[in-house]
Design a protein around this ligand. Structure first.
Ligand code: NAI
Length: 353
């Protein structure tokens, strides 16, 4: 598939590529934040960005988060991310992903892709026909692989339980507000409901929250009021940037643990949460389950070790919150410093788990 690729200068990222196929109406960015710890690994997002600049900004932020996530999960991978900016709805989706596969292949393994918001297992199967640098494909018998979202949900659940356990609590009888009921949010609701939590659920797609409410006896709230709902725990499972100066003063929950990437709009918002006494588990610590499974798949590992590795996120959260309390620093700051130290080779592995 023909494509035009060029470097985008960046002072923060190792490499940023802009690629385009004019006939397909697609422009994409692949942001490689760091390959110090291994190939840049992170999913491909299709989203209705308002502009090309917005798509690029998202790729930069998401790939940086992937560096931290992959470093802390000790995957032997760096951080990267792809985003697509569709000028119009794709008319030939398979051709778009075939072209994307060729772009990924042209980077010779510097970047490994997988699915993310707006992309699916079947998209990755199209990519796989053009490059081996992809994960999130259907699992072979006894091997890791497949849809990462159940693993992401399990990791978030483990993180949430660890955050509560640090205060001597369990989720039984507590209320959790889940914002976003897509692949991860819905599965998290199932886990929470199974553990005896009460649920408040919200989604911007009409009817989705009602469906989940029927299934789990949850209360529905409007997407605009999910963050301010009367919950003990908030689980953001939609999109990023939702913890900001406008929303934070309204949050009633004492814990925030969710799957959405880049929940904090800025570091100042992390401090604002800490100032309000809210325990915020950094998204890239809590939501690593999917990439843990994807890396196991990419390496060709058996599936039996994945569950244990994903549940280990709980131990990582316990250690992180312990260090944060001891040092009087917000957990997001401790986690970021640790990730940066790992990437810079200043820290030994496993000091946080
Ligand atoms: P998804 O696209 O399946 O679901 C997202 C859901 O959020 C959709 O139902 C959408 O309608 C809803 N939504 C969007 N904006 C909303 C709003 N303002 N209020 C309420 N609902 C809203 O995505 P998925 O896979 O469930 O991922 C959720 C989040 O977790 C994303 O931020 C993703 O990047 C992150 N994540 C997902 C992983 C995975 O394994 N799928 C792995 C790590 C992170």
């Amino acid at each position: 598939m023909p494509f035009h690729i060029q470097d985008v200068p960046s002072s923060t990222h190792e490499a940023v590529y802009r690629w385009e196929n004019e006939a397909l109406g697609v422009i994409g960015f692949i942001a490689v934040h760091s390959t110090v710890l291994g190939p840049a690994f992170g999913g491909a997002r299709v989203w209705s960005y308002g502009s090309e600049a917005e798509a690029l900004t998202d790729a930069l932020r998401l790939s940086e988060g992937m560096s931290y996530k992959n470093a802390l999960a000790e995957l032997g991978a760096g951080g990267g991310k792809s985003v697509f900016w569709a000028r119009r709805p794709f008319t030939d989706r398979d051709a778009v992903f075939a072209c994307f596969g060729d772009v990924v292949e042209s980077l010779s393994g510097r970047y490994i892709t997988a699915e993310d918001v707006g992309t699916s297992v079947s998209d990755m199967q199209v990519v796989r026909a053009r490059t081996r640098f992809v994960a999130g494909l259907p699992a072979a018998e006894g091997k890791a692989g497949g849809d990462p979202s159940p693993w992401t949900a399990l990791g978030v659940m483990s993180a949430l339980e660890a955050a509560l356990a640090a205060d001597g609590q369990t989720v039984q009888g507590l209320t959790v507000a889940v914002q976003g009921l897509g692949s991860v949010g819905r599965k998290l609701c199932a886990l929470l409901s199974g553990a005896g939590a009460k649920l408040i659920v919200a989604d911007c797609v009409v009817g989705r929250a009602e469906q989940v409410a029927d299934e789990f006896g949850a209360t529905v709230c409007g997407p605009g009021s999910a963050l301010a709902s009367p919950a003990d725990i908030l689980a953001p499972c939609a999109l990023g940037g939702i913890l900001n100066e406008r929303t934070i003063p309204e949050i009633k929950a004492r814990y925030i643990v969710g799957a959405a990437n880049n929940q904090l709009a800025s570091p100042a918002d992390g401090h604002a949460l800490a100032g309000r006494g809210i325990t915020y588990v950094p998204d890239y610590v809590a939501n690593a389950g999917g990439i843990i499974n994807a890396m196991a798949e990419f390496r060709g590992d058996d599936d039996h070790a994945v569950e244990q590795d994903v549940r280990h996120i709980g131990a990582r959260v316990e250690a992180l919150l312990g260090q944060a309390r001891q040092g009087g620093e917000p957990p997001f700051q401790v986690a970021q410093k640790r990730a940066l130290d790992l990437i810079a080779g200043r820290a030994k592995r496993s000091a946080l788990a």
